[in-house]
Structures are given as C-alpha cells and as structure tokens.
Design a protein around this ligand. Structure first.
Ligand SMILES: [Ca+2]
Ligand SMILES: [Ca+2]
Length: 246
C-alpha cells in the first residue's frame, strides 16, 4: 500500500501517507545516493528501505537519503503532523564520534539564505541517541541516556508529533519505543516562506573520503513503516509502528 486518503467535511482534509516499501519500489526522490528497497529485513511485511554509503566508492561520500518520502509536500505551518517510522542499525554498526543523522526535518531557506542545520534531527554519531531541535534564535538538545550500541540489531520505533511554527505555538514531541524522549512547546523552525520537509536515510560526516581511518568504509541502515498523518484527526496510535502495519 502506498497511500491512503480519507476526506472529512468540505474543506478540512485529513490525510495519512504510508511508505512500507511492500511494492518493492521507491516512489520518492533521492538526495545524494539513492536508498534501495530490500528484502533483507523488514519491520513488517517483506521489504524495507536500505540506505548505504561506501565513502571510498559511492558517488556521494556522505549522503544517501529520500527527500519528502511518503508525501511530496513541505510541512505547512501551524498544521498538526504525526510521523512514525522504524530504524534498524546493523550489528556491525560503528560509532564514529563525529556527527551523523538517520532522520531529519530539513529547512527550506528563503532565496539568498544559507543552508542551516536541520530543524529536527535524530543523531547517532556521539554514541548516544540525540534529538536536536533548532529555530531562528535557539536550539534544544536531548542526549538520551541510551547507548547506540545497545540498540543495534533490533528495530527502534520512532513517533514524532510536529506542529511547525517559528512562533510560540509550535509543538515538537518525540517518542522512542513508546517512551517520550523529547518535548518542546514553542518555536521549532526557521522563519522561512516555505515550511521544512522530511528526509530519511543516512547523512554522515564523510565529505572527506580519506577520513575515519580504522573504521569500515561502508555504513548502512534500514528504515520501514513510515506513516505521516496530516490534520487534527490523527493520534499517536495511527502512526506508531508497533500499533499498525501488521
Ligand atoms: Ca515493510
Ligand atoms: Ca528565512
């Protein structure tokens, strides 16, 4: 199933977008190298998304992501989104002690503005899970008391509640395996004409191909069960990978 649309009323439209890769095809735009659909492992069903980079031979040495997976749009300001997905780090995952991202909400800078750090990111590079939220005049970090190495070889379920705003009416909450690990009410994006957008995959600090001596040149991750609910009708249960998709 690729997408499910439901409509309520005349002008309030609720939408639930699903990417479980069970069709065997990507259906989304790549950023850097393309992830691919694989049957090596799955959260549910037969297929998942595999994002891999070999810093020595991949065409892009640092980025393998899908842009705007699931639905083609940027997030609209002051709209309620529930986003759920699962990630799987393989057992041979190495901690690089330099930044790396496995999912992000990426800003859409206005013309002439420089690119900036993600307005929301899930980081793994320090060896502990880190959630970071950024906005025009501030940022917030949640460094979880959970080691990355303790979560390899298993699916980790993420749910994000996001109501983008650069003013005080924004909402940002993140759950990991059913436990809320980050929460901030207030600004959660930059002041840009167009809202930010989701990316999933791998973003590594591997721009220098000769970096990271002593670590494997290959890194890969799996994503599955992406759901994005748009509108006030949706709740945690509609997108949480352990509640849906079986
Ligand atoms: Ca699947
Ligand atoms: Ca701006």
């Amino acid at each position: 199933m690729l997408s499910l649309f439901t409509f309520h009323g005349s002008d309030v439209r609720a939408q639930l977008y699903v990417r479980n890769w069970e069709s065997g095809s990507l259906n989304d735009t790549c950023s850097g190298n393309c992830p691919r659909v694989t049957s090596e492992i799955a959260r549910h069903g037969q297929y998942s998304l595999k994002s891999s980079i070999n810093r020595l031979i991949s065409p892009n040495s640092f980025r393998t992501e899908l842009t705007k997976p699931g639905f083609p749009g940027n997030f609209q300001y002051r709209t309620n989104y529930w986003i759920g997905f699962s990630t799987y780090l393989p057992e041979d995952w190495e901690v690089p002690h330099r930044f790396e991202l496995i999912a992000q909400i990426h800003a859409a800078p206005d013309p002439g503005e420089r690119q900036r750090s993600p307005v929301l990111g899930i980081y793994t590079g320090s060896g502990r899970w880190k959630i970071q939220s950024r906005w025009e005049k501030g940022r917030a970090d949640w460094i979880l008391d959970q080691r990355i190495i303790d979560d390899v070889g298993r699916w980790v379920d993420w749910v994000i509640r996001y109501r983008p705003s650069w003013q005080d009416d924004g909402i940002m909450e993140v759950w990991k395996d059913g436990i809320k690990v980050a929460s901030y009410l207030g600004p959660n994006t930059y002041e840009d004409n167009v809202g930010p957008y989701l990316k999933i995959g791998l973003y590594l600090n591997w721009r220098d191909r000769s970096c990271c001596q002593g670590t494997s040149p290959l890194k890969y991750i799996y994503h599955d069960e992406l759901r994005i609910g748009i509108g006030p009708e949706f709740t945690y249960q509609d997108v949480a990978p352990d509640r849906v998709g079986r």
